[in-house]
Write a protein that binds this ligand. Structure first.
Ligand code: HEM
Length: 182
């Protein structure tokens, strides 16, 4: 017999003023904590046309010096109606002294990104140090992500991609609005 275990006693917090208190190293990214949703546009030279999408993003923490990150996108038609599920990813942003960030992000398309960068003055700039791919994944060689808090409740996101033998260039740009906590 195995004794039943209680619900996880240390749930994640979605806001800086919630319990547990954020680790001091999270100071440069406290503004990201919470849930976000918004729309974006994307494209790539290999694609026939640009696309429009919507996305939900969550940043949370459990008192230790890392963020849990989760994002789910879906494509929109010309009337903004949902077309189909699109990219999703989750990962961990490990905060280091002076706003240095080490991030690990994985996608169900068989891509695992290790990124490094800085969080400073309400923006985070991350670029891949390594990309690992499962045997059947598309050839992705680098990405760069920039998140900018334009005010406390607006988060702009741009994503550049080097893939399928193309150099690093624009793939996505979105504006997300706060939907919960902080
Ligand atoms: C909000 C997030 C994202 C959205 C909405 C998105 C959307 C799309 C769409 C619509 C396509 C065209 C193929 C299709 O219809 O599925 C595509 C292609 C692609 N995306 Fe993304 N994407 C996102 C994030 C990413 C990320 C994070 C990566 C890589 C780390 C990535 C890498 C690629 C690659 C490699 C292709 C294929 C290019 C080709 O073979 O021509 N995407 N994306």
């Amino acid at each position: 017999m195995v004794d039943p275990v209680q619900k996880h006693p240390f749930p994640d917090a979605l806001g800086a003023d919630r319990s547990p208190a954020p680790h001091p190293l999270l100071a440069p990214v406290l503004g990201l904590l919470g849930t976000w949703a918004g729309r974006g546009r994307g494209g790539y030279p290999t694609l026939d046309a640009e696309f429009t999408y919507a996305q939900e993003v969550t940043f949370s923490h459990d008192g230790r010096p890392f963020l849990h990150y989760e994002a789910r996108a879906w494509l929109l038609d010309a009337q903004d109606a949902p077309l189909r599920p699109s990219a999703r990813e989750s990962g961990w942003w490990r905060l280091q002294p002076e706003g240095h960030v080490e991030a690990l992000i994985t996608q169900p398309t068989g891509i695992a990104e290790i990124l490094t960068g800085r969080a400073e003055g309400g923006s985070v700039d991350l670029a891949t140090a390594q990309v690992a791919r499962t045997p059947t994944a598309k050839e992705v060689s680098a990405t760069r992500r920039r998140y900018t808090l334009t005010d406390g409740d607006t988060l702009d996101f741009v994503h550049d991609l080097a893939a399928v033998d193309r150099p690093l260039q624009h793939h996505l740009a979105a504006r997300l609005l706060r939907t919960g906590a902080n």
